[in-house]
Design a protein around this ligand. Structure first.
Ligand code: NDP
Length: 513
């Protein structure tokens, strides 16, 4: 694969053309400033609000988006991907002239068919692999950052050369840019967000959970694993020197230990899950699901955000951050506090504890109990604790499912719905199915006759905790104790009848035990 640099790009190709940067946010501001400092003609298209004000303060001409689109030869679409299709159709497409170029910073909307520009324009990708602040800071420091460039439509015959010129203008060819298709850029980006990042997050939380369970002080655990910044620094060195190359920066004990033990963690399931995620992305299933979620007002996203913010780890991190120096500023901490205020902020007992070591430890242990749903940790507080054994569980589930079929609340939920949910209890190899269809509930032990919309996998104690109200299902999901395949939106709609499922399960449980 060829990597292009400054010498491959000719800025003169775009020197006389009017560039309109639509959007003045993370990428918009950084790219607009860099392009202007590279000697190019740049104006901004934005609604008349704070972003527009900031652009004027930076001495740009700011026009409404439609007017900017009319003026521009090269139009750089740097607004959030979810609003871009609507804005493109209503405010940009009617003003495109033959020979214009529309430039995207991600392949998403073209790759998944949400934007279809007319055939008379170039459709170009210049997608920095760098956040907006970095795009500007590195440019000012005389350094570069890599980008992906691409061409989806080459009406002018010069589309690749224009992509290179713009990549040069924003400072990216100083480091090097590679050519990819719009689909490759979008798929790689989504894979990083949906497979690599979450898998990595689960490795981290698994390590935190294990070390807290084993009694290590929470502050020490968080500092050791990531909050000291050593790990982030090491990642920087991996980028600079390579995964193996950076190992010389570590002690010989570290080198021997990590290489000799590393082979234990080649987990085949990880690859399978990543493949599953990649297939959802490539087939467009994720893009369709996300479009439907947004059309519904993004209730699932909101529920997931709330669940994530209520994880006790978030609170532990805040406590530790407050005690450390040279961490984010007070204003940033306040902002984080506001965003992450857990619903059940603190029980009176917790609130009365000091906020240093003992308080943290108490909360750390409480967290293990609550987020991992260990029955013994909940036993005192919850009279329903104590997981049923396998024969008991089988009998409870049979009764529960029989009641579910006759329950009016579940039947009401099943109106106008077609949803089959397959529950798999990994530790006991029991499985059961609940099918909600046209006002009817069909529930039985065993797998469904045809592929379900949602498949949930967990362990018996977690299911028992969820259905007795001891364990928050969203939290179990966020902490990896409950996993699902299928549409997240559908999986989360089951939350609507969680109270009814709890009621029926608890009745069955009381009858058996
Ligand atoms: P931002 O969220 O920072 O964009 C904010 C800008 O979009 C503001 O100018 C805002 O103006 C405008 N905007 C928001 N909503 C609307 C709307 N409904 N109608 C019109 N304008 C709107 O976006 P990013 O810079 O993060 O992302 C821009 C593009 O860059 C995306 O395609 C993204 O995928 C890509 N990208 C982003 C990276 C990043 O680091 N963030 C990295 C690489 C690529 P106002 O609200 O005033 O209308």
């Amino acid at each position: 694969m060829r990597i292009y640099h400054d010498e491959d790009a000719d800025l003169r190709l775009v020197a006389d053309r009017q560039i309109a940067v639509i959007g003045y946010g993370n990428q918009g501001r950084a790219q607009a400033l860099n392009l202007r400092d590279s000697g190019l003609h740049v104006l901004i298209g934005n609604r008349d609000d704070d972003y527009a004000r900031r652009a004027r303060e930076d001495r740009f001409q700011v026009l409404p988006i439609e007017a900017a689109a009319s003026e521009a030869d090269l139009l750089m679409l740097l607004i959030p991907d979810e609003v871009a299709p609507g804005i493109f159709a209503s405010e940009i497409a009617p003003h495109l002239d033959e020979g214009n170029a529309v430039v995207f910073a991600t392949g998403y909307n073209i790759a998944f068919g949400f934007i279809a520009p007319p055939p008379t324009v170039d459709v170009i990708l210049v997608a920095p692999r760098m956040i907006g602040a970095g795009v500007r800071d590195l440019y000012e420091a005389g350094r570069g950052f890599p980008s992906f460039i691409g061409v989806a439509q080459d009406h002018s015959g010069d589309a690749l050369a224009i992509a290179l010129a713009l990549a040069n203008g924003i400072g990216s060819t100083r480091a090097g840019v590679v050519e990819v298709t719009f689909a490759q850029e979008a798929e790689l980006d989504l894979f990083t967000e949906q497979c690599f990042g979450p898998a990595f997050g689960h490795v981290l939380t698994t390590a935190v959970n294990l070390l807290l369970e084993e009694g290590y002080p929470p502050e020490a655990v968080l500092l050791e694993l990531y909050m000291s910044g050593e790990f982030a620094y090491t990642l920087g060195k991996i980028a600079e020197l390579g995964l193996v190359g950076q190992s010389v920066l570590h002690s010989r004990t570290s080198q021997y230990g990590s290489m000799s033990r590393g082979v234990r963690f080649t987990l085949p399931e990880l690859r399978l899950k990543m493949m599953e995620g990649l297939e959802e992305i490539r087939s467009g299933q994720f893009a369709q699901e996300w479009a439907a979620e947004q059309a519904a007002g993004a209730p699932t996203l909101e529920a997931l955000r709330q669940a994530a913010q209520s994880l006790p780890l978030v609170q532990l991190e805040q406590e530790l951050r407050r005690s450390l120096r040279d961490m984010p500023t007070a204003a940033q901490v306040q902002q984080m506090d506001r965003m992450s205020e857990p619903e059940e902020r603190r029980s009176p007992a917790q609130g009365s504890q000091p906020t240093h070591s003992r308080g943290l430890l108490g909360r750390g242990l409480d967290w293990i109990g609550r987020s991992l749903g260990k029955p013994e940790a909940d036993a005192e507080a919850q009279p329903t604790a104590g997981t049923p054994n396998q024969p008991q569980m089988e009998e409870i589930l049979r009764r529960f499912l029989a009641q579910a079929e006759r329950d009016p609340a579940l039947q009401a939920f099943a109106q106008d719905r077609e949803l089959t949910t397959h529950y798999v209890l990994r530790d006991s190899q029991m499985e059961f199915t609940m099918c909600f269809q046209g006002g009817e509930v069909i529930a039985d032990m065993g797998p469904p006759p045809s592929p379900p919309e949602v498949r949930l996998e967990t362990d018996t104690d977690v299911l028992d905790g969820m259905f007795t109200g001891r364990i928050n299902a969203m939290r179990a999901f966020m902490s990896g104790k409950l996993s699902f395949s299928g549409e997240a939106r559908l999986a989360i709609t089951i939350q609507q009848v969680q109270d009814d499922l709890c009621r029926l399960y608890s009745q069955a449980r009381s009858a058996v035990r």
